[in-house]
Ligand binder design. Structure first.
Ligand SMILES: *Cc1c(COP(=O)(O)O)cnc(C)c1O
Length: 366
């Protein structure tokens, strides 16, 4: 019995299809790190990681420590990189066999202290270098400091060094991206020669994989692409949509011309109309900016506009010309086009639409 009227369906066969497409874009020896942060881009991190582990991805990444713990608690044994830990997380990271990104002097020193205190042996860590995003990471000028700290110790082992592209999807910033790539290459070579061994190098996210093959290095970090999205229309045809958001009609109203719908009378009927009320609202991730006709949902293949203001737990739609009844299924989105039009109308991007759905929305496998 599914008690929740609004469900996000996850199609694992599409995940496999999309992963295989990205594999076909890579050299066979290039490793794949699957990014399953933010609940697997709003889906379900554990379901995603279990499926991707079976499909033999080489690594996982999460943003925060708790996300990594949840994967370990569900039995995931693939290495997990924690992209954005804090000092106070580092002990827990070791306890759960997670691998920290050490992105600053403070983090490196903090982790080395813990590693010495605990008597760790070659504990895998990752070092992020900032090549232009100015978000997290060491500067190239920190290489000396980093190497001095890493010399003559064997408590940690640098498993990988990495950087992140600023605008991998943006052709207009190509020159900047190419400069970032050159900077990263030079960091890699001076770092590796000082360190005396060669860590895994990685730089590309989904659009980096497609737009800058020279950033594949030893491993790629694949997130959004697993869900069927890239910035390249010609590549999108090779990918399948993964997520479907569905709900049901709670109630139908017949309104007379001049009557209004919803809070503050956001919508006025210009003729006699039929409306349907749906059980999801802005608290579930249906942005308030998508009310008042900005987007549509689908019923039995017919598009129906969202009318009036989005409520916390409900939206209302115009179903005047659509044959439907209370209890009927409503598709909020089931294609890339649906998701992209929502993103467009909310002045947003696919990433934000995917990760928007709250925990009242039940995740189910298709
Ligand atoms: C989220 C993230 C990724 C994945 O990016 P996509 O564009 O979703 O493939 C890769 N690397 C880092 C550092 C990230 O934060």
């Amino acid at each position: 019995m599914n008690n929740s009227p609004t469900v996000l369906e996850i199609d694992l066969s599409s995940i496999e299809h999309n992963l295989n497409f990205f594999r076909s874009e890579l050299n066979p020896e290039t490793k794949i790190l699957a990014v399953v942060k933010a609940s697997g881009y709003g889906s379900d991190a554990v379901l995603m990681a279990k499926a991707l582990e079976k499909l033999k991805v080489d690594y996982f990444a999460v943003a925060y420590t708790d996300e990594g713990i949840a994967l370990r608690n569900s039995g995931i044994s693939t290495p997990i990189l924690v992209l954005h830990p804090q000092l106070q997380n580092l002990e827990t990271i070791c306890r759960y066999n997670l691998e920290p990104n050490l992105y600053s002097r403070r983090m490196l020193e903090g982790f080395l202290k813990i590693a010495h205190d605990k008597g760790l042996d070659n504990y895998p860590v990752h070092l992020k270098f900032n090549t232009g995003l100015n978000r997290l990471g060491f500067d190239a000028s920190d290489i000396d400091f980093v190497c001095k700290n890493l010399m003559e110790q064997s408590v940690v082992h640098v498993k990988s060094i990495f950087s992140h592209l600023v605008a991998s999807e943006d052709e207009e910033e190509k020159e900047f991206s190419l400069a970032q790539i050159e900077k990263f290459k030079s960091i890699c070579s001076s770092f590796t020669s000082r360190l005396g061994y060669r860590p895994i190098r990685h730089m590309s996210n989904t659009s980096g994989i497609l737009n800058y093959p020279e950033t594949h290095f030893d491993m790629v970090r694949l997130g959004l692409g697993l869900y069927g999205f890239t910035n390249l229309i010609e590549k999108n045809a090779n990918l399948k949509n993964v997520l479907t958001l569905k709900t049901v009609i709670s109630q139908i109203h017949q309104l007379k011309k001049g009557e209004s719908v919803g809070y503050n009378r956001g919508f006025h009927a210009k003729r006699n109309i039929k409306t349907a009320t749906l059980p999801l609202g802005h608290a579930d991730g249906f942005f308030r900016s998508l009310g008042n006709g900005k987007t549509y949902v689908s019923i039995h293949g017919h598009k129906s506009p969202v009318i009036g203001n989005v409520c916390m737990d409900m939206i209302m739609i115009d179903v005047t010309d659509i044959p439907c009844k209370e209890g009927d299924e409503v598709i909020i989105f089931n294609s890339r086009e649906d998701i992209l039009q929502m993103a467009d109308h909310a002045d947003s991007i696919s990433y934000e639409i995917l990760t928007a759905w709250g925990n009242r929305v039940k995740r189910v496998l298709k």
